[in-house]
Design a protein around this ligand. Structure first.
Ligand code: SAH
Length: 355
């Protein structure tokens, strides 16, 4: 699908036509990644952050947030819980925490890989090439780093450089790929200042970057962030501004699936926050094949407040069973094994053959 077609779909309002988009995305999903829904256990292990991303509640601009950093033992206990629940992957996510030393974290990854068969996905923000290489050597399999928007001037406004060092997430994604990681990128949908044209370019970039994982969810207004104040000033004219609503979020999931048929695409927590009743189901029926249940210990979960009222913060102990039932109710089944992206598998098999 080319840029023009993506752009037209993003602006489509006819319900009948949109049904065609949902059906096409669902069929492409079924043919390329099947009916399994892979569950990734999300561990938000630190909310310390040195950055000042204008959209995010964890930023250094928020002095009122109580900060935490889990110990290696606590992280390991979560990894064991993920195994007990039958998950094939854990996602270790944090703020960009300069208090996490590269070696300490490499040791955590090594311990997890020794003690469990889990695939390990990382999301620690923008770390330097040596650190990323060290963690890959320690056994980390995948890295998530959303590029947030492909519009350089909007990016600069919402994602300030740190200590004069230019932030270039797209360059880091290339590095991660060269290091041998499965790579994940994505954007927020409906950021103030995001136009339909920008968003169409974002989706086109998913394909150009050949992402193995694509995470996209609605932007959720957080009053405790700089963007809450700049919202009006940044917003594009009404007929250009992308809304941060459920239908637009689903369009992005569907178009990402059609553009990158082999990618792993989650129905995100942000989508479930917007629509607690059926956000996950709609995502899964419109192109997604992954859910990332939060397995962070309850005492920390509420403190990882990137935006308010995040889904899953006060989830019950039997949430996992509830999720399984919801997946079964839409005729799908919980995935087994690591759930690597088929694109990544064929990429690594080809390179093995070539050497
Ligand atoms: N420090 C890591 C993890 C950040 S949280 C990193 O920077 O990669 C993961 C994602 O949450 C971010 O990439 C961003 O896309 C999303 N996010 C942050 N604030 C948000 C908000 N207010 N609404 C919706 N999504 C948000």
């Amino acid at each position: 699908m080319n840029f023009g077609e993506i752009h037209n779909w993003l602006r489509e309002t006819d319900e009948g036509r949109l049904e065609e988009l949902w059906a096409l995305a669902d069929e492409v999903r079924r043919r390329n990644v099947g009916d399994e829904v892979h569950l990734r256990g999300l561990i938000e292990f630190s909310n310390h952050c040195v950055r000042r991303c204008a959209y995010c509640g964890l930023g250094a601009h928020n002095p009122n947030l109580k900060r935490y950093r889990m110990t290696a033992e606590e992280i390991l206990a979560c990894a064991h819980l993920a195994c007990e629940l039958g998950y094939g992957t854990i996602v270790l996510q944090s703020g960009q925490d300069s208090g996490i030393s590269a070696q300490w974290f490499a040791d955590v990854v090594t311990k997890i890989k020794k003690a469990t068969p889990l695939a390990v996905t990382l999301g620690l923000g923008e770390r330097n090439a040596e650190e990323l290489a060290l963690w890959q050597a320690a056994g980390a399999d995948r890295y998530l780093l959303r590029f947030e928007t492909s519009d350089p001037s909007l990016y600069e406004r919402i994602h300030p450089d740190l200590n004069g060092v230019k932030s270039d997430r797209i360059a880091i994604l290339h590095q991660l790929r060269d290091l041998g990681y499965e790579i994940g990128g994505g954007v927020m949908i409906g950021l103030p200042g995001q136009t339909y044209e920008t968003l169409a370019r974002d989706i086109d970039l998913f394909r150009q970057l050949r992402l193995d994982m694509i995470g996209c969810g609605p932007y959720i207004h957080n009053p405790r962030t700089p963007l809450a104040q700049a919202d009006d000033e940044l917003r594009a004219a009404d007929d250009m501004q992308v809304p941060n609503d459920e239908t637009t979020s689903c369009k992005v999931i569907a178009l990402a699936r059609i553009s990158c048929p082999l990618a792993n695409i989650p129905a995100t927590t942000a989508l479930a926050t917007l629509d607690g009743q059926s956000g996950y189901e709609l995502g899964l029926q419109r192109g997604a094949n992954v859910i990332m249940p939060n397995i962070t210990p309850a005492e920390y979960r509420a403190l990882y407040e990137i935006y308010p009222a995040k889904a899953g913060v006060d989830q019950a102990d039997d949430y996992h069973e509830f999720l399984k039932e919801r997946i079964a109710a839409i005729g799908r089944m919980v995935g087994t094994g690591r759930g690597d992206s088929p694109g990544y598998i064929s990429r690594t098999e080809t390179s093995t053959c070539a050497t």
